[in-house]
Design a protein around this ligand. Sequence first.
Ligand code: SIN
Ligand code: FE2
Length: 226
Amino acid sequence: MVGTSATRAPARDLESRDLLPRNAIERIAPEAVVLPGFAAADAAMLCADVQALIATNPWRHMQTPGGQRMSVAMTNCGRAGWVSDRAGYRYQSTDPCSGRPWPSMPARWSELAARAAARAGFARFAPDACLVNRYEPGARLSLHQDRNERDLSCPVVSVSLGLPAVFLFGGILRDDAVQRVPLFHADVVVWGGAQRLAFHGVQPLIEGQHPELGRCRINLTFRRAL
Ligand code: SIN
Ligand code: FE2
């Protein structure tokens, strides 16, 4: 084990991540890792690409199957996009707001995700869906499994941008113990294999101002959906 969440800096300490060695891998479970700052060189590009994406496929608060409005705002790119409404959770090839296919995933996005997956030990990851989440202060994501994807042998790659958040990472049973993992701008989390169906979520975002993104956190989650 290279490190654990216990070695992580507190979420409000925005400076301390820079003290970690480059190329650090923090293993949070046998097949789940945090790659601190892995997306640092790509972060400005990702932020600009997200702005372009929301110009055509704006943020929206989806409804849970139970009829609740999600506090996280979302959009997608890729061959499939994750959607939720009264009919349930699923992937679909078109944006329900426009009826048109989701924009294709930029090659530089899928390349970054593949590099992160390889670094975590998952070779040849080729994502076909990217769910883009926006958290404003107070927004949260309750514990859930990512289980709408067809091929669960592929990992999930998650890139954090903007304000720090506390990522919750549990086991494959809802009642398993949950780790609290602080995630900062440009951190990447990869989970797969025995952890592919691990329960995870995000604690309510703390108020703050990020130099690049202002008062929000954006998360890109790459999956092989189809
Ligand atoms: C997700 O579970 O889809 C997103 C996780 C995150 O925002 O870090
Ligand atoms: Fe998830």
